[in-house]
Design a protein around this ligand. Structure first.
Ligand SMILES: Cc1cc2nc3c(=O)[nH]c(=O)nc-3n(C[C@H](O)[C@H](O)[C@H](O)COP(=O)(O)OP(=O)(O)OC[C@H]3O[C@@H](n4cnc5c(N)ncnc54)[C@H](O)[C@@H]3O)c2cc1C
Length: 445
């Protein structure tokens, strides 16, 4: 284990564009008060996404007599965890192994299912109203080539794993989702759909009594001498131990420098369909579809509120900043996708378009585990953070409390984020790779 890192001041803070449709369709929520003055706790967790919320809850359960402070730069429900597409995915859509080895998908499924089980327990016991449904999901290809290159190997691996699924041709899929735009899909039943802002708000507002959540509390400085000392916008916080759950911003705290990649993703929600439009669409209520190629194609959902979600557009974005022009350009593409996928809904308009950031590593390994004597990490969820963040937060807390949980070994077996090439070579490579993928998989547009 490396010693405590040399300390940078925290120069990059997360930014909220205030455009997240999932939270804007909910009633207003009063955030918990910001940290003011100097405070102490037994533990500090930084970041209140799925990872930080799970870590704080599990710490509180493991150590009911100890005080846990959870600090969040903005508001719960506004981060990546509250603005994603709302799929809690149990079978990774890249379960298809290139080498026929099924160990990694099995491990991922154990972790994801433990996370879904934990989230479902909280949703049920606290009656969190977030439209939580075990709707399953369609993994769909637009072209015959996409079906052959992606769906067929996925189905073969599901066979080998003994996982249930259905193969749908174009006609069968149209019968279930209304859209005539797809060539085929593989349906797996274990995925949960929900409103992610409502879920994360619900998780935050039902934390155990020994957790104090401080929203609007950006950490602007950190020192690892004699425990952990954080400087925040209006105060300071000292604790002997910390769990870091800040996703792609872990390098600001001195960890995983040169190992994490940040990408922006954009999503839109339409206005609710009226009765005639609902009939014209046909298909089932409440479904979700992930694309055979996540970079080139489009994630879609039809929500319980009769809105259509469109998630399209991935860009390498180390600055974690997106301009208004880029947001509006994404919205124009989403509009085009909406018309193309749902020609029977010519008048349905988009109400909200927002940007969020995902953190990936080159080898798809999480930034998990003990990273200094008194610091544990639950960052870098590689695009599946509803389950990945929840699992890594819970397990980081168990590890920090020396609880023997066999899932910790599953998480550790996923590896550690590989070192990336130095910038600017990394930037050139990442952008070039993005363009190459767009061309290579253009049949999936
Ligand atoms: C549009 C979109 C669609 C997606 N769809 C899905 C999906 O359907 N299913 C899925 O599983 N995943 C999806 N993802 C990915 C998923 O949202 C993320 O992987 C996940 O939310 C990461 O959770 P987290 O808790 O690690 O990080 P985050 O949710 O990013 O939380 C980290 C928190 O740390 C806080 N923080 C950072 N720096 C500081 C600081 N200095 N001081 C205080 N707080 C700080 C941030 O404000 C933030 O709230 C999607 C992402 C996007 C953007």
């Amino acid at each position: 284990m490396p010693g405590p890192p040399k300390l940078p001041t925290i120069s990059l803070l997360p930014k909220n564009d205030g455009a997240n449709g999932w939270s804007r369709i909910l009633p207003p929520r009063a955030p918990k008060p910001a940290l003011q003055g100097d405070a102490r706790a037994d533990w500090v967790v930084v970041g209140a996404g799925f990872a930080g919320l799970a870590a704080a809850r599990r710490l509180a359960e493991n150590r009911p007599g100890e005080a846990i402070a959870l600090v969040e730069a903005h508001e719960v429900g506004e981060n990546a965890s509250g603005r994603n597409s709302g799929f809690a995915i149990d079978v990774p859509h890249n379960a298809a192994s290139t080498d026929g080895r099924l160990e990694a998908p099995r491990r991922n499924m154990r972790l994801a299912r433990a996370a879904i089980g934990e989230l479902e327990r909280q949703v049920t016991s606290h009656r969190i109203a977030c439209d939580w449904t075990r709707a399953g999901k369609y993994h769909a290809a637009v072209s015959a080539r996409g079906a052959q290159e992606t769906l067929s190997p996925f189905a073969s691996d599901l066979d080998a794993l003994g996982e249930p699924y259905r193969w749908l041709d174009a006609k069968a899929l149209t019968g279930e989702i209304g859209s005539p735009a797809y060539h085929a899909a593989v349906y797996t039943p274990g995925c949960v759909l929900m409103n992610p802002a409502a879920l994360t708000r619900g998780l935050a507002d039902t934390l155990p009594a020994n957790v104090t959540l401080h929203e609007h509390t950006p950490v602007t400085g950190v020192s690892y001498e004699n425990g952990v000392a954080l400087t925040t916008a209006q105060g300071s916080l000292r604790a002997p131990r910390m769990i870091l759950a800040v996703n792609g911003l872990a390098p600001e705290f001195g960890f995983f420098n040169g190992r994490l990649l940040s990408f922006s993703l954009q999503a839109s929600l339409t206005r609710p369909l009226d009765g005639d439009e609902r009939r014209a669409l046909g298909g089932k209520d409440d479904w979700g579809l992930t694309p055979a190629n996540a970079y080139v194609s489009t994630t879609m959902r039809f929500t319980k509120e009769r809105r259509i979600l469109i998630r399209h557009g991935v860009a390498y974005r180390p600055s974690l900043r997106t301009s208004e022009i880029q947001r509006l350009a994404a919205r124009a593409v989403h509009e085009e996708r909406l018309r193309q996928r749902f020609p029977m809904l010519p008048k349905v308009t988009i109400e909200y378009t927002w940007t969020g950031y995902v953190c990936l590593s080159r080898n798809r390994a999480p930034g998990f585990g003990r990273v200094a004597a008194n610091v544990w990490s639950a960052v870098c969820q590689n695009g599946v953070g509803v389950t990945g963040g929840t699992a890594s937060g819970m397990l980081a807390a168990d590890m920090a409390c020396a609880i023997d949980n066999p899932l910790i070994a599953d998480m550790q077996a996923l590896g550690v984020p590989e070192r990336l090439p130095p910038r600017p070579f990394l930037d050139w490579g990442a952008r070039l790779r993005g363009r190459f993928d767009l061309v290579r998989h253009r049949h999936e547009r």
